[in-house]
Write a protein that binds this ligand. Structure first.
Ligand code: NOJ
Length: 551
């Protein structure tokens, strides 16, 4: 099959289905709601949708605990609604990516139910161990969500491994039968017409032989023993050879803790096994490894992450670009400024939308949604947040602990999309499954549709520009003023076209040093976030951004 690599020209929109739009009034976002909003997504200039999981699931991790891989959950509208959405998206020239979550299943999946009872062929579908003498766990690994990575199962009389929640047992990918299941799932959806997969924590699927203890890693003990494990490239190559190579599809691998050189082993265009990677370094400019260990925002760290990936992948592999998704709090509340909400929302957009790669926009990001800040910790839903709250920062005051959650919790970015200023932000006519951010009367789609100067319309312009300028797809990337801690400036250059993106991350006026080799008298200012009469060539207003073009 000839791979056209169509995704290189695409901009994706990520839907986290529970909170996107409720179409049938039961309070839960669903595919009827998505169907209603396809034209809206298209109007942003997006031509692809990534769906976070929409399969049947008990919901212990909001759908990332799947109990049936070949169906669509009834609360989202079932298969009928999905086919409608798929067709509707394709009619509008939009591709559809499914979330492929095969590191683990739900413990309610039929495979697990049979495996715990040793019913063949499922006995070895999961990672079971008897435990060590003296009642000790099989090894010292931590789960990413809920304490230790092992839970005792009474039915089987053994421990099972779960790198995430207790209700998310890890599959045993070393078992060829499990790999056949994965291939069957891939084929099922590709044959139906979906255009590819975002592959959930796919770098975790091959665990170190013998599941040895880990004595190195400071958090998530065990990670070096299962991330980028011994057979990872072999298994991914098998999926590619047996399935993915036969479709003109796009695969995107989620990869916690990966750096560019290592990423190339997966995504090198010559001999990689997947097309692009969701890396986490761009999410670590205000934390250490995880949002739960916050640090002060450092623009230099953000720039280093962006530039490193741009330089290292050049001519060899393709970048996936993002600032937000369902696993991190909202970006304006983190890297920008709630005070300079509109300005910083636009600057953040410009900071990534003109880089080389395929950008993703997470629902609500395009209107500058901010972190949800509930008044009480028991309003949180997310399994990771609840565990963390119960077990960390116990020496702090209740208010300090709550504020940590505002900054770290995934729920900060999982509230319903704010469509208008009517009740429930226009998300649902019923009782929403989750809280609506109380700022919805000021921040909503309807209000921003009507305002040419809104963040929403800025995203539209930026995406339109990126699509119309070949320098954004093909040009070289070069960072300027690397050591400046308030400005992010980068150029994109190719024969006959040159682009300069200037973003200030300062909350006061800031001098713009003169970049050598850029004659502003010959440039066209194609995008900015202050009015023209406020423009001063050598001074940037708070969170000002400008994009200049030379042709
Ligand atoms: C990564 C997903 O993005 C996250 O939401 C999920 O909780 C974990 N993987 C486990 O599936």
């Amino acid at each position: 099959m000839n791979k056209t690599r169509w995704y290189k020209d695409s901009v994706f929109y990520q839907i986290w289905p529970r909170s996107f739009k409720d179409g049938n009034g039961d309070g839960m976002g669903d595919l009827y709601g998505v169907y209603e909003k396809l034209d809206y997504i298209k109007s942003l200039g997006c031509d692809g949708i990534w769906f976070s999981p929409i399969y049947p699931s008990p919901g212990a991790d909001c759908g990332y605990d799947i109990s049936d891989y070949m169906d669509i959950a009834p609360e989202f509208g079932g298969m009928e609604a999905f086919r409608l959405v798929l067709e509707g998206a394709h009619q509008r020239g939009m591709k559809v990516l499914m979330d492929l979550v095969v590191n683990h299943t739900s413990d309610e999946h039929e495979w697990f139910q049979k495996s715990r009872r040793r019913i063949e062929p499922y006995t070895d579908y999961y990672i079971w161990r008897p435990g060590k003498p003296g009642g000790k766990l099989p090894n010292n690994w931590d789960s990413n969500f809920e304490g230790k990575a092992w839970t005792w199962d009474e039915v089987r009389g053994e421990y099972y491994l779960h790198l995430f929640a207790v209700k998310q047992p890890d599959l045993n990918m070393d078992n060829p039968l499990v790999r056949e299941e994965v291939k069957r799932i891939m084929k099922f959806w590709l044959d139906m017409g979906v255009d590819g997969f975002r592959e959930d924590v796919i770098t975790y699927i091959s665990k170190a032989e013998g599941l040895p203890d880990d004595h190195l890693f400071p958090i998530y003990k065990g990670m070096p023993k299962y991330n980028h494990g011994p057979h990872i490239h072999e298994y991914l190559a098998e999926f590619k050879r047996d399935v993915l190579d036969h479709y003109d599809c796009f695969t995107l691998a989620e990869a916690p803790l990966v750096w560019p050189d290592q990423a190339l082993k997966y995504i090198d265009e010559e001999n990689g096994q997947i097309d692009a990677m969701i890396q986490f370094q761009c999410q670590c400019a205000d934390c250490l490894f995880t949002d739960y260990i916050p640090t002060k925002f450092s623009l230099k760290r953000m720039k280093r992450a962006f530039s490193n990936w741009q330089y290292k992948l050049r001519h060899r592999a393709w970048n996936m670009l993002y600032l937000e998704n369902h696993d991190h709090p909202r970006i304006i509340s983190r890297y920008g400024s709630e005070k300079f909400w509109k300005e910083s929302g636009k600057t953040l957009a410009a900071s990534y939308l003109f880089q080389q790669g395929t950008p993703f926009v997470y629902q609500g990001q395009e209107i500058g949604m901010l972190n949800w800040k509930p008044e009480s910790a028991d309003m949180y839903e997310d399994v990771q947040t609840c565990y963390n709250y119960a077990h960390s920062a116990l020496n702090k005051t209740p208010q300090q602990r709550l504020e940590r959650l505002w900054r770290s919790s995934r729920d900060s970015a999982r509230t319903p999309v704010q469509w208008d200023s009517s009740e429930n932000a226009g998300f649902s006519t019923g009782e929403p499954w989750f809280y609506v951010n109380q700022n919805y009367r000021e921040i909503n789609v309807a209000q921003q549709e009507a305002d040419p100067d809104s963040i929403l319309n800025f995203y539209r312009k930026a995406i339109h520009l990126r699509k119309s300028l070949s320098v954004v797809r093909h040009g070289n990337y070069r960072e300027l003023f690397r050591y400046n801690s308030k400005l992010y400036v980068y150029a994109r250059e190719m024969k006959g076209q040159k682009l300069l993106v200037i973003c200030s991350f300062s909350n006061r006026d800031h001098i713009l040093p003169t970049p050598t080799g850029f004659d502003f008298s010959k440039a066209q200012l194609i995008l900015n976030n202050y009015s023209d009469d406020e423009l001063q060539l050598n001074v940037l207003k708070p969170y000002e951004c400008r994009v200049y073009l030379w042709t």
